[in-house]
Structures are given as structure tokens and as C-alpha cells.
Design a protein around this ligand. Structure first.
Ligand code: HQG
Length: 183
């Protein structure tokens, strides 16, 4: 994606995950925004985005962060929300034995005590591979990839969800289900 489309993608993540009110729009409980309203309100707030650019971002985004509604008139972020307007009903799914979470070295003592917390987001984000979490962890400092005993957690009755774009989501990971720390 070219730099302009990356900027638009970041702007859409900000609006559709965190602060729809900042351009005066409201998302429904499933996170959907009407595309005409979104583009109109974005323009009113100084961000002019064409429909072509919006559709290009949906189609070409490297993590498929955005979903187009079946009728083509609405858009939503696939996951990553913090806004209270949205309580997306993700699909419950049975996880593989292990999933991975990317974090930074400075958070390890706290994670060791408290487990993985969702913080301002609605869920803790887990991945089926170890490479994506490494990149995610790097955003916060020296990357550390934690192994989550997802199969055991699920067997213990904790629900797992799979987002439209393949991110595994849980409300919380107790320390018990983190692979022993070897740092
Ligand atoms: C850490 C990207 C201290 C947690 C990625 C993380 C992801 C704790 C940070 C998505 C903690 C929260 C989300 C505890 C968790 N003590 N620190 N007890 N429990 N943490 O940005 O997971 O590119 O809210 O490890 O692919 O970094 O945006 O979450 O380091 O799926 O589409 O607290 O963002 O997707 O940071 O990233 P964030 P995240 P996109």
C-alpha cells in the first residue's frame, strides 16, 4: 500500500476502533458505520477520502483490518476496539493447543503477576503464529513472544473468539496459562 493509503488505514482504525465521536459518527453495536456518513463526516473534519481510496484500503490492507458489509454500504474494523459503542459478537471457536502474544520486555514482571489484561481494548489479542506477535511486541520495546496454553484454557471453560481477520481474542489470560517464563 502507498503511504497515503497507510495514513487512511490508520485514520480508519482510529475512528472505527477507538473514537468515532471525534468526527461525529456513531457505530452500531456490531461496529458498523455507514460509508456515506463516514466519508461525509470525515471531510467535514478535514479528512477528505474518496470512495475508491476507502475500497482500496479494505481490499489491500495487509492485515485485512476492515470488513465491508454484504450490501456494500457499511464498513467496520474486524477487531481491536476500545470504544464503548461497540460490543462485537465475535465467533466463538476452539483454539489450537498454543497461541502466541507479542509484548515488550518491560511488561513481563507485571504480566507474570497479573496475567495478560486487555487494557483499554475489549480483548487480549493472540495469534496462531509467532512472527506477527514479534512485530506487535516491537511497537512497545524489546519484543518478547509469550506462549499461551490456549487448549488448556479453553478446556478450563474460558471462551475464545476468532475475528473476521483471523485474530484470536480472549478477555484475559491468567498467569497459570502462560508457558513458564524463561527470562
Ligand atoms: C501489555 C495490532 C503489563 C500487552 C496487533 C501489550 C494486535 C500488559 C500492551 C493489536 C499486561 C497493550 C493489539 C499486564 C498485557 N501488565 N502489560 N498485566 N497485560 N499487557 O496496543 O496486543 O496492527 O493495547 O502485552 O496485531 O500490543 O493495530 O495491544 O503490549 O492484534 O491491526 O499491554 O494491535 O493490530 O497494548 O496490540 P495494545 P497489543 P493492528
Amino acid at each position: 500500500m502507498d503511504t497515503e493509503l497507510i495514513k487512511i488505514s490508520k485514520f480508519l482504525s482510529y475512528i472505527l476502533r477507538h473514537h468515532p465521536e471525534s468526527i461525529g459518527i456513531t457505530l452500531d453495536g456490531d461496529g458498523w458505520a455507514d460509508i456515506n456518513t463516514l466519508l461525509f463526516q470525515a471531510a467535514l473534519h478535514g479528512r477528505t477520502i474518496s470512495r475508491e481510496q476507502l475500497f482500496q484500503v479494505i481490499a489491500e490492507n495487509n492485515k485485512k483490518r476492515f470488513t465491508l458489509s454484504p450490501c456494500g454500504g457499511r464498513i467496520r474494523a474486524a477487531q481491536g476496539h476500545s470504544t464503548a459503542q461497540v460490543s462485537l459478537r465475535h465467533t466463538a471457536a476452539v483454539p489450537p493447543k498454543y497461541l502466541y502474544h507479542g509484548t515488550a520486555k518491560q511488561f513481563i514482571p507485571s504480566i507474570r503477576k497479573q496475567g495478560l489484561l486487555a487494557g483499554s481494548r475489549h480483548h487480549v489479542h493472540l495469534s496462531h503464529d509467532a512472527e506477527t506477535p514479534r512485530q506487535v511486541g516491537q511497537r512497545h520495546g524489546k519484543a518478547v513472544v509469550l506462549t499461551v496454553r490456549a487448549g488448556a484454557m479453553h478446556a478450563a471453560g474460558m471462551p475464545f473468539y476468532l475475528s473476521d481477520n483471523g485474530v484470536w481474542l480472549v478477555k484475559y489470560v491468567p498467569p497459570l496459562f502462560l508457558q513458564p517464563f524463561d527470562d
